[in-house]
Ligand binder design. Structure first.
Ligand code: ADP
Ligand code: ZN
Length: 719
């Protein structure tokens, strides 16, 4: 008997080992095993058992690591799909599925438990000593501690075990820490007609169960979550389980509370969890003790045994895309997992990805619309302010008046800007020198509070000085604004109004929660923040949202710039007017007539999507065609350039009859990051198969070691 073993190495193949007779009965696919590899031993995943081997010589598997498979068969299949679709090693795909704590876990401690029945054999003096020692422990001791206490060896313990006096068991004590109790339960509201219609369409697929993708297109606050909750309730009634994916940033205590209020056995997977906590949640799911699993993208791999529904909330979010190997998109993996499990998927968003929307229009996904807010609240009116007509580019006259009015009327205000720091460009007024990162082709951002200039690409930091490093004049000017400046000027403009700032500089961990809590309770009246505030929070007293600058994403040289802009404006605007008081939104922009901004102001996703889809079709870009991006980087620019040409040639050499279009090689829009020059080649095709073959050819290009080649399938950004 032979076994194929996947190692966590970036090699496209699995390795064949012989199965020694003593392990024959123990081995199952999905288990980890220890194998000799080159001069070391390594742990790998057993992916299949085979009768014969193509290799004349194979080494033996040394040992089994887990008595039971760590990876169940359905996840092993999913790993195969990930490996072939995203072009990574099977071992890398499997590795990504398991939380770190589970992989590193040593086998659980064995403890000795008294069973009571049976008789001590005569003349078994050592066994008697062990039995006596056992009586002195008030709870089952670990095997080793017991034997130490009795001063004897394992043989004596085995005698006791055979006599039926003790049992050796896994230590379950760590499970006691799992004290997640359900919060107060709530009463579900009666569904509104569009919610009911969506649920009625989803229910048959849940009950069957059968695979089908449902796209829930509902404005912010339209009650999408309520539809998920109902569909999950139906799923649990069939004895199956559900997985809910939410963007990391939206996985707030508020979100979790809503699920716990409805369902008893909810497990949360979170990347901020301590390893032990995550491991316990994972093990609990593996043992079938959770009905609903909520988590960010990696929760798509939760080891639920009877999957009955997958929900992907805010399905357009780029945080579902992992930017390290394997570069998977959890939304797409969710669809594949549901297909294989034969169960439905609900993708929900106010601003779906154009990929999903196009599938909805074509009828491949069932499209359900929730056109208005639940509970009868209207969507807030959105006013556009043309910044080119204003003297201050931070707060226009209209925004100033609106903030003052809102605060005076007892409302709360959110000021949004998707840029951290104080100023984004530091330029010398005398010699025009701009402070740049020594490692990247980016400007340094001035962080006033920390008195540092920082590169947001690589994290490089320098002490901020008032002198120009080139001409030494004290003439540095701070151009472009971030949230730090907005907060400072807001504090000056509205003195006495308590303000909190929420971005990844101001707030980490608990301080972030404190700031948000202070705003939620109403202590703080003004919140200044980046997109961290745009997700998952429900502030009923917010009557005004000001988007300080809507153009931050608009001019990125990325084909998704318009889509990002539309979605960000919609999501942020969606924070306003979620309560009795109503609300309004002011959008400041230099591009008041841009269709992404105009349609967002009308809350008209479909008008935007149709226009944008036409544009993409004309340019041959996704979702019209699929796309893969090869990025080559090296410390010496000519190396990166030459390698990019190599890759392009390799692809051209095998392009299947014009099925794949190649664009580039070209310098990447962000030319240099962390000291490496970047070139890229973009591949486009209507056929996933042809694209995969082109990528395989790219991967096969002979690129020198000093050049890094990254191939990203369905990239989230082309920068
Ligand atoms: P979304 O997920 O689309 O943003 P939510 O499900 O969070 O929307 O709903 C927004 C608000 O409306 C919540 O406070 C929710 O409790 C409430 N809500 C949802 N459905 C209904 C309904 N049918 N009747 C009354 N209120 C509802
Ligand atoms: Zn840098």
């Amino acid at each position: 008997m032979f076994a194929k073993i996947a190692l966590d190495l970036p090699v496209p193949t699995e390795f064949t080992y012989a199965v020694p007779d003593r392990l024959l009965a123990e081995l199952k696919p999905g288990q980890r095993v220890r194998v000799p590899f080159r001069t070391q031993t390594r742990v790998g995943y057993l992916v299949s058992l085979e009768e014969s081997s193509d290799f004349p010589e194979t080494k033996d598997i040394l040992a089994v690591v887990d008595p039971e498979p760590l990876v169940p068969p359905d996840l092993l299949n999913l790993a195969r799909w990930i490996s072939s679709y995203y072009g990574c090693a099977l071992g890398e795909a499997i590795q990504a599925m398991l939380p770190g704590g589970v992989r590193k876990r040593r086998p659980r401690t064995k403890v000795v438990v008294r069973t009571g029945s049976g008789e001590l054999p005569a003349r078994a003096r050592k066994a008697a000593a062990v039995f006596e020692a056992l009586a002195r422990f008030d709870r089952p001791p670990a095997v080793k501690r017991l034997l130490d206490a009795a001063g004897t060896t394992r043989a004596a313990l085995r005698t006791l075990e055979r006599a039926g006096l003790v049992r050796i068991e896994d230590d379950e004590r760590e499970e006691e820490l799992d004290a997640e109790r359900p919060v107060e339960s709530d009463t579900p509201p009666a569904l509104e007609a569009p919610q009911q219609a969506a649920l009625d369409a989803i229910r048959p697929d849940v009950l069957a169960p059968r695979f089908h993708v449902h796209l829930l297109l509902g404005v912010t606050g339209s009650g999408k979550t309520e539809v998920y909750l109902r569909a999950i309730a139906e799923t649990l009634r069939t004895g199956r389980q559900a997985i809910v994916l939410v963007p990391e940033i939206a996985l707030t205590p508020q979100t979790v509370r809503r699920f716990r209020a409805r369902f008893a056995r909810v497990a949360v997977l979170h990347s901020a969890q301590a390893e032990a906590e995550r491991r316990r949640a994972w093990q609990r799911i593996r043992r079938g003790e959770a009905d609903v699993v909520i988590g960010p993208r990696s929760a798509v791999f939760a080891p639920v045994a009877r999957l009955g529904l997958v929900v992907v909330d805010e399905e357009h979010e780029t945080s579902f895309k992992q930017e390290t190997v394997p570069r998977y998109n959890a939304r797409d993996v969710a669809v594949i997992r549901a297909r294989d499990a034969g169960c439905p998927v609900i993708l929900g968003s106010a601003t779906p990805s154009l990929e999903s929307y196009a599938n909805g229009r074509k009828g491949r996904y069932a499209l359900h619309r929730l056109p208005g807010r639940a509970g009868g609240y209207p969507l807030p009116p959105v006013e556009i302010v043309d910044l080119s007509q204003e003297s201050s580019h931070l707060f226009s006259r209209r925004l100033r008046v609106a903030v003052a009015d809102a605060v005076a009327a007892g409302g709360q205000v959110i000021l949004f800007l998707n840029r951290r720091g104080f100023s984004t460009i530091v330029v010398c007024e005398r010699c025009r020198h701009t402070l740049g990162c020594p490692n990247c082709s980016s400007t340094l951002v001035f962080h006033k509070g920390r008195a540092k200039t920082v590169c947001h690409l690589c994290g490089h930091e320098a002490r901020a000085t008032p002198k120009c490093p080139e001409c030494h004049a004290t003439a540095l000017k701070y151009v472009g604004s971030g949230t730090e400046r907005v907060a400072e000027e807001a504090a000056e403009a509205w003195p006495g109004v308590k303000l909190v700032r929420v971005d990844s500089d101001s707030a980490r961990g608990e301080r972030l929660e404190d700031a948000i809590e202070s705003f939620r309770k109403g202590d703080a009246r003004l919140l200044v923040g980046t997109q961290m505030v745009a997700k998952g929070h429900h502030f009923p007293d917010v009557t005004l949202v000001g988007i300080v600058n809507a153009d931050t994403a608009l001019h990125l040289p990325d084909f998704r710039a318009n889509e990002r802009t539309f979605s960000l404006i919609s999501q942020v605007a969606g924070r306003a007017g979620r309560g009795e008081r109503g609300g309004r939104v002011i959008v400041q922009t230099f591009n008041p007539r841009h269709y992404a901004i105009e349609t967002a102001a009308r809350h008209d996703y479909e008008a935007f999507a149709k226009a944008e889809l036409e544009e993409r079709a004309m340019l041959g870009l996704p979702p019209e065609r699929r796309c893969a991006l090869a990025v080559l980087s090296a410390t010496e620019e000519p190396d990166a350039r030459a390698a990019a040409h190599r890759v392009a040639e390799a692809v051209r050499g095998q392009m299947a009859g014009g099925m794949v279009e190649l664009r580039g090689p070209a310098k990447a829009p962000i030319e240099r990051v962390r000291g490496r020059w970047r070139y890229m080649v973009l591949l486009l095709s209507k056929s996933a198969g042809a694209l995969a073959r082109a990528c395989a050819a790219a991967r096969g290009a002979r690129v020198p070691r000093r050049v890094d080649l990254v191939i990203d399938i369905d990239p989230a950004a082309v920068l």
